[in-house]
Design a binder for this molecule. Structure first.
Ligand SMILES: Nc1ncnc2c1ncn2[C@@H]1O[C@H](COP(=O)(O)OP(=O)(O)O)[C@@H](O)[C@H]1O
Ligand SMILES: [Mg+2]
Length: 141
């Protein structure tokens, strides 16, 4: 396992990084995002979608747990598990079909379902930096 720390100085740098992740994403990849409200999990997800060539507008799936986007190079399954009461709910929605399927899964608040995140996932923990736009990414893969 490798851990890297990255300093992202602006929202533009975050977008560029997300677009690259989307371009390089492979089928079955899980990207697990952790970080406080406003850290930029949804912002990064939107950029990943752009990198995948998704033309639909990506919005936060807070009330649905998962949203699917199929207009890009690979399907994107965007999870936001913030409101999940119990890990059991993930089984009820058939998360395995998503996590071990041929699309790309991005999970916001992944720490809440940590036990379900596959070993080979890319984990990104987002912390605030020195100013409003700066973010510190700790990436483990
Ligand atoms: N470097 C940055 N990365 C991501 N978002 C940033 C950055 N700098 C400022 N922002 C702002 O912070 C907010 C992040 O919100 P959002 O992506 O919805 O966070 P989360 O999904 O983690 O709650 C947005 O309003 C965005 O414009
Ligand atoms: Mg969000």
């Amino acid at each position: 396992m490798t851990t890297e720390t990255k300093l992202l100085r602006s929202e533009q740098e975050v977008e560029a990084y997300g677009i690259r992740l989307g371009r390089e994403a492979r089928p079955g990849q899980v990207i697990a995002l952790t970080g406080d409200l406003g850290a930029g999990k949804t912002t990064l997800t939107k950029a990943i979608a752009r990198g995948l060539g998704i033309s639909e507008t990506v919005t936060s799936p807070t009330f649905t747990i998962v949203k699917e986007y199929r207009s890009g190079r690979l399907p994107l399954f965007h999870f936001d598990v913030y409101r999940i009461g119990d890990v059991e709910e993930m089984y009820e929605l058939g998360y395995e079909e998503y996590f071990f399927g041929d699309g790309v899964c991005v999970v916001e608040w992944a720490d809440l379902i940590d036990e379900l995140i596959p070993e080979d996932a890319l984990r990104i923990s987002i912390a605030y930096g020195q100013n409003e736009e700066e973010r510190i990414y700790t990436c483990t893969y």
